[in-house]
Design a protein around this ligand. Structure first.
Ligand code: F6R
Length: 260
């Protein structure tokens, strides 16, 4: 894993957006996997800025979102679909035909999940997957105990996740109890992965998934087995890493080599 430590949330977001923009410039037909949540908002802001100010072109990019709350329609104000269009897709030049988001209210959810996997395969797989991480180590909605080989499916949300996400719904009783999510196995097939984490409340889980054992109890720890993962942290999220000095040392050497 390549570990990059930035000063704060803004710098973390800028670094993630720059890496994504580089990949789109290299391959305008990039297939991009995307998360929702608070963490990626700054990255999406930066990408919108690069689109508006520097002409970053999304017209041929295809996107696949990681997850959606079960039972919510695409139009529901709390749906991840709505979030993505408000925060990102509605502000760049991407058409609805190039956007895929799991459907929370499909009458045949298992069939839907199978088709979602097929759709990813049909476009040649995900080139670059952006991820956030939950306080319990989940990536997408793969809660502790999720099989590391799991595929897109309907899952029950952990009580911790329901409590964490209650802020968006007003109270926790209103948070759906289940969700449609890509599996850990689905995510692991992406060619390149960038995980972003920010703030003190992510510090303990960040140390666990990077430096602890690979375990289904921390779904993100599976990323240790992926050949191309970049983790971008702010100082607060990085503060519990045992090898912090070593990661900083690597960054210094890389900067020297790049003549910065
Ligand atoms: C949502 C997703 C989740 C979030 C995680 C962190 O699409 O993939 O795994 O990344 O719950 O959420 P925030 O960024 O709100 O702390």
């Amino acid at each position: 894993m390549r570990i990059l430590i930035e000063k704060d949330y803004d710098a973390m977001s800028g670094r993630a957006a720059a890496l994504i923009a580089e990949e789109i410039e290299r391959n305008p037909r990039l297939v991009l996997g995307l998360p929702t949540g608070d963490t990626p908002v700054g990255t999406y802001e930066r990408l919108v800025h690069l689109h508006k100010e520097a002409g970053l072109d999304f017209s041929e990019v295809k996107t696949f979102n990681l997850d959606e709350y079960a039972g919510l329609s695409a139009e529901d104000p709390n749906s991840y679909n709505r979030f993505m269009w408000d925060v990102f897709f509605g502000r760049i030049n991407i058409g609805p035909a190039h956007v895929s988001i799991p459907k929370g209210d499909d009458p045949r959810p298992d069939e839907f999940c199978r088709r979602y996997e097929e759709k990813i395969k049909a476009v040649g797989g995900i080139d670059l997957q952006l991820l956030g991480i939950g306080g319990d180590g989940h990536i997408a909605f793969n809660e502790p105990g999720s099989s590391l080989g799991s595929r897109t499916r309907v899952v029950t949300l952990a009580k911790e996740t329901i409590a964490d996400n209650a802020r968006h719904f007003g109270k926790k009783e209103l948070v759906p109890r289940s969700a449609v999510t890509m599996g850990v196995g689905t995510i692991m097939e992406a060619r390149r992965i960038i995980l972003i984490a920010s703030g003190k409340k992510k510090a303990a889980v960040t140390a666990q998934f990077i430096e602890g054992p690979v375990t289904s109890m921390i779904a993100a720890s599976a990323l240790q087995l992926h050949p191309s993962v970049t983790v971008i942290l702010d100082e607060a999220a990085a503060c519990k890493l045992r090898r912090l000095d070593h990661y900083r040392w690597i960054m210094t050497l890389e900067e020297e080599r790049a003549g910065k």
